[in-house]
Design a protein around this ligand. Structure first.
Ligand SMILES: [Zn+2]
Ligand SMILES: [Zn+2]
Length: 104
């Protein structure tokens, strides 16, 4: 049993996403291995139940971080020449707001 919770494949170099450097801005795209995350079936969230029987939704521990990073990456609009830079917008990671809703 593989206890490593990371997701990935050779396609994304085990990062879970691919960066397309074409155009003015680099664009991060979720890799197919994340889109088909077997933990959450690609939804990014998991339905859990607590001891009282209430069900609640939690972010998928395997792929939600990657999804968020990709979103931040694209929101930051990294110029294509910096497409090597992967540490984008990870500030306030600890006490950050919990982004419940998504806009698109
Ligand atoms: Zn992959
Ligand atoms: Zn997942």
């Amino acid at each position: 049993m593989n206890k490593n919770k990371n997701i990935g494949c050779d396609e994304c170099h085990w990062q879970g996403f691919n960066v397309k450097g074409s155009g003015v801005y680099a664009k991060a795209e979720l890799c197919i291995c994340v889109q088909n995350c077997k933990e959450c079936t690609g939804t990014g969230t998991l339905l859990s139940k607590n001891e009282k029987g209430y069900s609640y939704v939690t972010p998928c521990q395997i792929c939600s971080v990657i999804r968020r990073n990709v979103k931040l990456y694209n929101m930051a609009g990294v110029p294509a020449k910096y497409h090597d830079v992967l540490q984008v917008g990870t500030r306030n990671d600890e006490d950050g707001v919990s982004g419940g809703h998504e806009e698109r």
